[in-house]
Ligand binder design. Structure first.
Ligand SMILES: Nc1ncnc2c1ncn2[C@@H]1O[C@H](COP(=O)(O)OP(=O)(O)O)[C@@H](O)[C@H]1O
Ligand SMILES: [Mg+2]
Length: 336
């Protein structure tokens, strides 16, 4: 692929990905636009079921059946991935764009040693390299991702490794071809907090060394806050707020984002012992039967009459900060 220096590495434009289910159609991604710059780390956050995984799987054209990309474009290095053939996509997956998942066993095959799998990932895209050099590079990569005794670990099977080491092996496999974009879908959700912090630090360190862009998907806003430059907040398949990470905390505009922020445990906050953390009332709506108007309105503590009638658009709040909320749009309307 030709690398264009100007412009973002990934630009999702107005993506809609739809599932026809027994209960009706649902848009897991609904008119989603999202950008990842070169060497940037971008987060997508939202509760379970809001469309984060489907959005990221759409980029790789791996949406599971019966899901279908219905509209939009996905520009990678200036070229639309939606117009590529299946063969071309195979050449891009694992080479230009890699993905890691919450559960390493999704990517790792239990039947082969981790070393063989990482070397194989390299050989698939570089057959001329030869087994010996692929093996050497895989061992070197194991060292890079903090797997101690990489030579002997090369010959172990996935089940012989701890969860944290398996995740490191999966990161090694994802990064061995030096992809331009790494998509990490809940990469640390299954790990305890100490290992989680180590893995996040590792991803940032490798990014500094290689300049890889990262799209980090998480339901946990504190993971995103620690790791990302910019954030997209998703709700019911839609982007409801978009901002650089500092501005999101300093100037939170969407009540849903405020709810996510309030549910983060903080070291120095006055949490009373025995008192539960704040949680957003109610649950995520049934995607096949979404309410009219703003999809968050039934759970919103600041709901107004218009919110239940009409869906707000995503509006620019200045400085690259956008929000889909009548509270903001309403204020703007009053000002005009
Ligand atoms: N294979 C599928 N068939 C039907 N609906 C699906 C399928 N996969 C995902 N969905 C629906 O798409 C929506 C978004 O799912 P997902 O992207 O997995 O959410 P998240 O990753 O944010 O938890 C959910 O409502 C989910 O039920
Ligand atoms: Mg998911």
């Amino acid at each position: 692929m030709n690398t264009q220096d100007a412009g973002p590495l990934l630009e999702i434009r107005r993506l809609t990905t739809r599932f026809q289910t027994q209960n009706g159609a649902l848009n897991a991604a609904d008119d989603v636009s999202l950008m990842v710059g070169k060497a940037e780390t971008v987060g997508v956050v939202g509760e379970s079921g809001c469309g984060k995984s489907v959005t990221s799987l759409s980029v790789l054209r791996l949406v599971p059946s019966p899901g279908k990309i219905e509209a939009g474009s996905i520009l990678f290095d200036g070229e639309d991935l939606l117009s590529k053939t299946s063969r071309q996509m195979e050449g891009i997956r694992g080479k230009d764009i890699s993905m890691i998942f919450q559960e390493p066993m999704t990517s790792l095959n239990p039947v082969y040693t981790v070393g063989k799998q990482v070397a194989e990932a390299l050989l698939v895209h570089n057959p001329a390299l030869g087994r010996k050099r692929a093996r050497d590079q895989a061992i070197e990569m194991f060292g890079h991702v903090g797997i101690s005794e990489p030579k002997s670990r090369f010959d172990t099977y996935p089940h012989q490794l701890s969860g944290g080491l398996r995740q490191r092996a999966m990161i090694a496999m994802a990064l061995i071809c030096r992809p331009k974009l790494l998509i990490a879908d809940e990469p640390t959700t299954a790990l305890d907090v100490t290992i989680e912090a180590q893995i996040l630090r590792l991803m940032k360190k490798l990014q500094n060394e290689t300049g890889t862009s990262i799209l980090l998907i998480s339901h946990n806003l504190s993971v995103i806050a620690e790791t990302c430059d910019r954030v997209y907040v998703m709700y019911s398949g839609r982007i409801v707020e978009e901002s650089d990470v500092f501005d999101l905390f300093d100037r939170t505009l969407h009540p849903y984002t405020s709810g996510l922020l309030a549910s983060i445990p903080r070291k120095n906050s006055a949490i009373e012992p025995g008192k539960p953390l704040h949680s957003i009332p109610g649950g995520v709506p049934d995607m096949t039967r979404l309410p009219c108007g703003c999809k968050f309105a039934p759970r919103c503590e600041e709901v107004m009459e218009i919110c239940c009638r009409e869906e707000p658009t995503l509006a620019d709040a200045g400085g690259g900060h956008c929000v889909r909320c009548w509270k903001f749009l309403g204020r703007k309307a009053v000002k005009v």
